[in-house]
Ligand binder design. Sequence first.
Ligand SMILES: [Zn+2]
Length: 599
Amino acid sequence: MKKVYVVLLISSLFACNFDERRLNEDAQRFIDEYSKEYVKLYAASQEAQWKSNIDIKEGDSTNSIQTRKTEEAFAAFTGSEGVIKKAKAFMEHATSLTELQRKQMEAILFSAANNPAIVDSIVKARIKAETAQTEKLFGYQYKIGNQKVNTNDIDDILKNETDLTKRRQAWEASKEVGKGLKEGLINLRELRNKTVQALGYKDYFNYQVSEYNMTTDEMMDLNHKIMKEMWPLYREMHTYMRYELAKKYKQSEVPDFLPADWIPNRWAQDWSSEVHVQGINLDSILKTKGAAWIPKQAEAFYVSLGYDPLPTTFWEKSSLYPYKADSNVKKNNHASAWHMDLNQDVRSLMSVEANSEWWETANHELGHIYYYMTYTNKDVPPLLRAGANRAYHEAMGTLMGLAAMQKPFLENAGLIPQGVKTDSIQSLLKEAMNSAVFISFSSGVMTGFEKSIYSDNLPSTEWNKKWWDLVKQYQGVLPPTARGEEYCDAATKTHINDDAAQYYDYALSYVILYQMHQHIAKNILHQDPHACNYFGHKEIGDFLRKIMYPGSSKDWRKVLKETTGDDLNANAMVDYFSPLMGWLKEQNNGRKYTLPESL
Ligand SMILES: [Zn+2]
């Protein structure tokens, strides 16, 4: 009896091994064939988009037609029924696939879910609705009273005006656009959910979260944890801001919650323009160096960390400088970095001029470029040549931009004289009023709102109430006047309309960047995180390469743990701003705190 059992067991093991091997071979063949076509169509669409960005001629739609064509071809292939069926069939045996194969199948299905042919009519309706929505948003004519204004005019008022009546008018004017966007957003919620549900995702929010290999609850918990860690600092800043703004607007009474129209930003997501720092001025010296020096010097920074020089094709094919003002051809002046073919063709689009803004930007964009170059290697297949998660790429760029702006770095580069005096508390306060304040908006308000509309199917009769409940809870901000359901104040934020359900990416990228920076400052350089000089330290390059090399082929949590020794948390960010805590507490001494002590 025993013998028979053993024999049976062995033969079934053999059968299993054999099937598994065949399954792996079949899966690999499918992945290889898919990847070949994917890269071809991706590169064609990138090339067309590139031209659309650097070769803009009025009245000439050649490029936009080509862009649309190549994007349609890409969408038709990635969302095709055959691809979906096969990938799904392989995923039924997910445990028998290698980890790398499983990750590639997931990437294939994630791409498919954006345009699945199996629900073709819904996809078409969604694309149409998205286009209509952005046209409505960007084509909207803002008005203060009868006067036509644009969003820059409104932002200027919110940054500079001290007359509260004028501020309120401008703030209210900025929210009118939401009324006309509500209907479209209700429709988009349904279409977005239905598109991804065709591939088995619960809803659109869950779909976006799945790219992190997390459940919706895990993502919500993570965002809550970050806010909880940041909360004591936020509470101090909130108190400080209430009193400072009451003083500035000559109000005898300090409000318990910040009135939304007192803040220098339409969504209260960035308060930094309230702080004026006598800063470091690089512009005059950069002018003597000239624009072309900037990207070259940024490259030298990366080379000093042990990276290879940029490929010659980068210099030949990139578009790095602005066109002449009278040129018939225009370009997009917003900086970006491109991985054209998921291989060696890397390019950057910039309009570098000799000033400090472009100095920081050039160092930032090369962070993306070196990330592309590093995960383009024999161990990472094309489909996984991406950041460890969506937040990492931006974290990397911002980290390197930040490093290139620190005082010892600038002194070393000869861009400022040695020993220039700066007000370190004021510049730290300005930084916190940007990044630390932003966490409440991104992790709390935006993420909470989009989760409740996509995952919890919140009735549209409660949207504006929900939005303002979240704003009050996480930002400690109140609207100046009643905001009924005829408004849709969330929809005044671009991302709600055209980049839905992924706003936590920005919060996470800040958190990750401070984790990386703290590790470098404390464990590699042994320098003060507020005053570092990365230049010339090959060990920093080694550390960054360990993060960059696997692309998205390795779980991002493992990557973080193995490189920084830590899980994702905001402690590094809290530490970084800790000199500010003492200062703020002194300022707030005797003042009334209105936010709860902990979240
Ligand atoms: Zn970037």
